[in-house]
Design a protein around this ligand. Structure first.
Ligand code: AQP
Length: 352
């Protein structure tokens, strides 16, 4: 048995199974442009390349208080965002995390594998808990272990996420390697790869270029929500914080201008352009000219998604069918993994 985080470094990645994608989003508030560009855009692309599972991680959402009367609706809203953005339930499995009990079961087993010292290093907990960590739920602290279970219960090999999740993926690899080592099961769990790369990996707040765009930011002007209408999007872009200088003509000059850098990055991510290509188009222009172009680009890309989400949410029967079907398929995929995990751990089994 090992007790350091170096297990992943020591263990060769001997996993032989198929490539599989798992990712999820919490139903903890309105989805924003960061969630869309950092995660959902990648979900859509990957469904044509690998077997994909996309969950709505409601077990994670309750690490902070969620109104019980709203949680199911919030879960449907995330599913609606997946569908409206182009995730196709014929290609990818879409399901609510809490509907597949194996997540919680493996989560507990992995809590007994992960070390306290590993969790103590997680910066997202420190960011979210702030100065009063003793008031946070235990679940918020152990959240990254449940995230490891979400991934490993399907033996997923690839995890499309934004930059903020990179550290949690490293932890997942350490947990997988330690399980494989401790239970003498080389290659049982894969050491999954975070797929962070991409122009939308870290979208920043419209009010503060040094803070990430976030559902929990108290200012709605800090983010563009997927369900914002065209007027709201235009207004938020217009009010986005900037500096008085015109846009530069080279990317290096954005280094000390976080708000300008963020807006150029957003335009590029939405338009499929590099920052250099955006600056080739707008370098030398003031924000008075750039912001309306950015607003038009954001509206063109997001308004149809918002409209489709509203249509789906008007009659949630279609969403519920997708979620129920996905839960059944995900449960079937997780069953043999949890069964084998139980065998490795040595739990009682009839006749076993
Ligand atoms: N600003 C962002 N830029 C790029 N990607 C982002 N993601 C989140 N914010 C950005 C990615 O979205 C996916 C789902 O995130 P989540 O809902 O599970 O939780 P989160 O990372 O805590 O996201 P939020 O929206 O910022 O919520 P709060 O305010 O609760 O912290 C993940 O892949 C994440 O990387």
């Amino acid at each position: 048995m090992t007790d350091t985080a170096s297990a992943a470094a020591q263990a060769p990645a001997a996993y032989q199974g198929p490539a599989r994608v798992l990712s999820g989003i919490q139903p903890s508030g309105a989805l924003h442009l960061g969630n869309y560009l950092g995660a959902i855009v990648k979900f859509v692309k990957l469904q044509d390349e690998m077997e994909c599972l996309y969950c709505v991680v409601d077990l994670h959402a309750i690490t902070a208080w969620q109104e019980p009367a709203k949680l199911a609706a919030q879960t449907r809203e995330i599913a609606a965002a997946y569908l409206a953005s182009g995730v196709d339930p014929k290609k990818a499995i879409i399901f609510p995390q809490s509907a597949v009990l194996a997540h919680a079961e493996l989560g507990w087993i992995l809590q007994c594998v992960a070390r306290l010292g590993w969790l103590d290093r997680m910066t997202q907990f420190k960011d979210k808990a702030g100065k009063h960590k003793e008031r946070e739920s235990v679940g918020l602290y152990t959240y990254p272990v449940l995230q490891a279970a979400d991934i490993l219960v399907y033996k997923a090999t690839h995890v499309p996420v934004g930059e903020d999740q990179r550290q949690h993926l490293e932890l997942t690899r350490d947990i997988a390697a330690k399980f494989n080592h401790d239970f003498d099961a080389p290659g049982f769990f894969p050491l999954p790869e975070a797929m962070v790369e991409g122009p939308g990996a870290r979208i920043m707040s419209l009010r503060d270029g040094s803070a990430k765009m976030s559902k929990s930011d108290p200012s709605d002007y800090s983010r563009i929500n997927l369900m914002d209408d065209a007027d709201a999007i235009a207004q938020k872009v217009r009010k986005a914080r900037t500096d008085p200088e015109p846009l530069p003509d080279n990317v290096e000059a954005l280094a000390l201008r976080p708000e300008a850098d963020n807006l150029v990055g957003i335009y590029g991510a939405l338009a499929g352009l590099t920052k250099a290509e955006v600056l080739a188009r707008f370098g030398g222009e003031g924000f008075g000219r750039f912001k309306p172009e950015l607003a038009d680009m954001a509206v063109a890309r997001l308004a149809p998604i918002g409209a489709e989400m509203r249509r789906l949410l008007d009659d949630p029967a279609e969403i519920d069918r997708v979620l129920a079907d996905g839960a059944e398929k995900a449960t079937a995929l997780a069953a043999p993994v949890i069964d084998e995990t139980r065998r490795h751990v040595g739990f009682w089994r009839p006749g076993g």
